[in-house]
Design a protein around this ligand. Structure first.
Ligand SMILES: *[C@@H]1O[C@H](CO)[C@@H](O)[C@H](O)[C@H]1NC(C)=O
Ligand SMILES: *[C@@H]1O[C@H](CO)[C@@H](O)[C@H](O)[C@H]1NC(C)=O
Ligand SMILES: *[C@@H]1O[C@H](CO)[C@@H](O)[C@H](O)[C@H]1NC(C)=O
Length: 399
């Protein structure tokens, strides 16, 4: 949970938006390399940071602000879409049911794009003229919503789409609404490109904030606004698995059906030691192991089970298995006391958990809904696999 800092509030309150805006209109195809900046003066941790790219599988790039990814100066804006060469910013994947947000990342594939309209604006802190990238909406979905950034690994924030009319939020992973700003390469403010304007220094026009907005040229987005949210969300979830599992080849996590161990016992010293997982075989899931999330792995970003997430303060392994099974997923995993992740696999080779006792060490957080159970750890996932109907259902053996 993040709180507005006093300085941030003061900075925001000091703004009177007095700069004189150019009267020209700005095309939503912007020639020349740009950077994208994030602004929210109430949140100094992210305010004025620039969008970084981090290579993911299949040519995708994941988007961050903060100490993750590569500062990228040669982005472009084409028909309202932020791009980098053949890839462009899309909305889809890693849906969080707790706050109904969805990941924004860059890919070459045809996922619904994030669409923006550049407009002149006054910098809320410095009052300099700048170009805001106002969020128009998700392509082929009802217009509206906004872009927000939420904490992720290594102190960075990741980009998310907050859909229109949503009111949910995740108190433990608050997604900060941000204004995106287009910054031409080589400039720190937009004053150098605003040559067409009549920038007088008299600050009389305090009400001139949105005078020259031309929302007409917003491209294909708003033309097809009639599609239902259900179809758009289902398409986005189907793109999820393709997006984040693109680097995986085949699963090697099937060591099943041989022995018949239980969820406890076995110890090198001979004394039975409860193993840190819950025997869910009666519920149709077998324990695979403790799998590393992106921060613990070396194969790049992305979740072990990227397709669905729900989190709540009464999380148990039973609830998580039931959730993933109800939604038709082949794998379920609990993490960080209160998170439940689902996916269809295959588990990427770099994320397949070990079968030594030591490999279970990272999964040492008790479940918030049942402290007698383990629900993963800090970037470690307690990973379970759905057993075939009528088939064997045996937990992995740890030695
Ligand atoms: C959001 O709510 C407004 C007001 O109730 C409504 O007019 C609009 O259709 C809603 N939009 C979506 C996408 O549900
Ligand atoms: C800053 O973030 C807060 C919380 O998400 C939001 O209410 C506010 O509108 C944001 N401010 C701007 C300028 O986006
Ligand atoms: C979990 O293990 C880590 C690493 O060994 C340790 O730092 C942490 O304190 C442990 N947490 C709990 C709740 O036992």
């Amino acid at each position: 949970m993040q709180f507005k800092s006093l300085s941030g509030l003061l900075a925001a309150a000091a703004v009177t938006s007095a700069c004189t805006l150019p009267t020209s209109t700005i095309s939503n195809t912007f020639a020349g390399p740009i950077r994208v900046q994030v602004q929210n003066a109430s949140y100094p941790a992210v305010n004025n940071l620039y969008m970084n790219l981090l290579a993911a599988g299949g040519g995708d790039q994941h988007l961050f602000v903060g100490p993750v990814g590569t500062p990228t100066y040669d982005l472009d804006l084409t028909a309202g879409s932020i791009g980098h060469g053949v890839i462009h910013a899309v909305i889809g994947g890693e849906d969080s049911t707790i706050d109904d947000t969805t990941k924004m990342f860059m890919t070459e594939r045809g996922d619904p794009r994030a669409l923006f309209q550049p407009v002149w604006a006054c910098n809320p802190e410095t009052d300099a003229v700048q170009i805001n990238l106002n969020f128009v909406g998700k392509q082929n979905a009802p217009p509206g919503g906004w872009i927000c950034v939420r904490p992720t690994f290594d102190g960075a924030h990741e980009f998310r789409y907050y859909p229109p009319n949503n009111s949910k939020f995740d108190p433990n992973r608050f997604c900060i609404k941000v204004q995106l700003v287009l910054v031409p390469q080589g400039t720190t403010t937009v004053s150098t490109v605003s040559t067409t304007s009549t920038t007088s220094t008299t600050s009389s026009s305090s009400s001139s904030t949105s005078t020259t907005l031309t929302t007409s040229t917003t491209s294909s987005s708003s033309s097809s606004t009639t599609s239902t949210t259900s179809t758009s969300s289902s398409s986005s979830s189907s793109t999820t698995s393709s997006s984040s599992s693109s680097s995986s080849t085949s699963s090697t996590s099937t060591t099943s059906s041989t022995s018949s161990s239980s969820s406890s016992s076995t110890s090198s010293t001979g004394t039975p030691t409860p193993l840190p997982y819950t025997d869910m075989t009666a519920n149709g899931f077998r324990f695979i192991g403790c799998a590393p999330e992106e921060r613990r792995a070396t194969d790049g970003p992305g979740r072990v089970l990227p397709s669905a997430l729900y989190a709540e303060d009464t999380m148990t392994n039973e609830k998580c298995m039931a959730f993933c099974a109800t939604h038709g997923y082949a794998y379920a995993g609990t993490e960080y006391r209160r998170e439940c992740w689902c996916g269809n696999g295959p588990i990427a080779p770099g994320r397949v958990p070990g079968t030594t006792l030591a490999s279970l060490a990272g999964c040492n957080f008790s479940c918030m809904g049942n402290t007698a159970q383990i629900c993963g750890g800090d970037s470690w996932l307690s990973l379970y696999q759905k057993c075939p109907t009528g088939g064997p259902c045996v937990n992995n053996v740890f030695t």
